[in-house]
Design a protein. Structure first.
Length: 130
């Protein structure tokens, strides 16, 4: 199981993104694993489609492509603690927490700060095509 960061999902869906090629190659390598998006990550991925007027179609496509993680009542306390310890932005903390809580083997991201903190916690990081 892999938890996806918005940086990868956005790059995967946008051919003009600087990371699009790597995102596509990484996607091809993960076809046998389930990929989880947190609801907050999903919201991040939907900002551009909302601006373009294709929000509903994009939301439907993303929900079909990924498993969407729920938020539990204790999540805000964990997020605050992780943010205080790691210094990561809240959306990245949520990706890291989702990976830890779900028992994921890896995260997939192009964010180096998030990748570093995930590695410190024993998670594999898929961040660039070999």
């Amino acid at each position: 199981m892999i938890v996806a960061d918005a940086s990868w999902v956005i790059a995967l869906r946008d051919p003009g993104d600087a990371h699009h090629r790597d995102a596509s190659l990484l996607n091809d390598q993960t076809t046998n694993e389930s990929i989880i998006l947190h609801q907050v990550t999903l919201a991040e991925c939907l900002v551009a489609p909302a601006k373009l007027g294709v929000l509903d179609d994009a939301a439907t496509a993303l929900r079909a492509a990924f498993d969407i993680a729920d938020t539990d009542d204790d999540a805000p306390v964990r997020w605050a603690s992780l943010r205080a310890v790691t210094g990561l932005r809240l959306p990245d903390v949520i990706v890291l927490d989702t990976a830890i809580r779900s028992g994921a083997r890896a995260i997939i991201t192009f964010d180096e700060s998030l990748a570093s903190k995930a590695r410190e916690r024993g998670l594999d990081v898929n961040s660039a095509a070999p």
